[in-house]
Design a protein around this ligand. Structure first.
Ligand code: DX5
Ligand code: ZN
Length: 237
């Protein structure tokens, strides 16, 4: 079965001392993708983990590893993350001078290419790379930390990017402060992949937390674009 909305728990909110178990637990709890937040203490003011951790969790799950690279520069490390087992590799538009080159490099490594935009970055940053990407990641907090509050200013950007994507097979992912309470609003604006860290790991019942976010996001909404017709999409699943 293919699913309308992807739920991608962020392991940034996991217990790192038991990371393998935590990945297995969110997999069993219904995660569609495993979102991996890579932070370098330079592009963002926090350090998380690198390619060795991606390699360590790769055997634990068959779900796609959705690797969000909050690092600058990104290009020198793309091959390492690809070899470590990333499926989707997302770079930030703000992280380097040559976004088009970075995206080409990701696809040349045989991976799905994503581009992320910080809250202050306008959607025009991706206008000329739309044919090079499989995913757009709209940051709904300033990247660097889990547990921050959702920025409602990004709803309009999500809506505009949904229109820019038009019929292209591109996932529109949102990341930061996503909860069961705002999932409907981001989905209605056009998001079809939702990252959630705190809202999945909080309280320990990962399955019911994931189900609640999914149920909120999958409330029927008017579909946009001709590529939404059954059988026409080639979206990442
Ligand atoms: C922020 C990260 C997010 C973060 C989400 O820089 O990219 O993926 O972990 O965590 P919550 O859902 O707690 O905001
Ligand atoms: Zn992220």
């Amino acid at each position: 079965m293919t699913r309308d909305v992807i739920i991608a728990p962020s392991i940034l909110a996991a217990d790192f001392a038991r990371l393998g178990e935590e990945v297995a637990a969110i997999d069993a709890a219904g995660a569609d993708w495993i979102h991996c937040d890579v932070m370098d203490g330079h592009f963002v003011p926090n350090i998380s983990f690198g390619a060795d951790v991606i390699r360590a969790i790769r055997p634990v799950t068959a779900k796609p590893l959705d690797v969000h690279l909050m690092i600058a520069p990104a290009d020198p490390y793309l091959e390492a993350f690809a070899k470590a087992g990333a499926d989707i590799m997302t770079v930030h538009a703000e992280a380097g001078a040559h976004l088009d080159r970075s995206l080409q490099a990701i696809r040349a490594l045989g991976k799905q290419a994503g581009v992320s935009l910080c809250p202050a970055t306008p959607e025009s940053a991706i206008e000329y790379v739309l044919d090079r990407i499989d995913l757009v990641l709209v940051m709904t907090v300033n990247p660097g930390f889990g547990g921050q509050s959702f920025l409602a200013s990004q709803i309009e950007k999500i809506r505009r990017i949904r229109n820019m994507i038009s019929g292209r097979p591109i996932r529109l992912e949102v990341d930061g402060g996503i909860t069961r309470d705002n999932a409907a609003a981001v989905a209605a604006a056009g998001a079809d992949a939702l990252v959630a860290g705190s809202a999945v790991f909080r309280g320990g019942d990962y399955a019911s937390n994931i189900a609640a976010i999914r149920a909120a996001a999958e409330v029927p909404k008017p579909r946009q674009g001709s590529a939404q017709r059954a059988g026409e999409t080639m979206l990442i699943r």
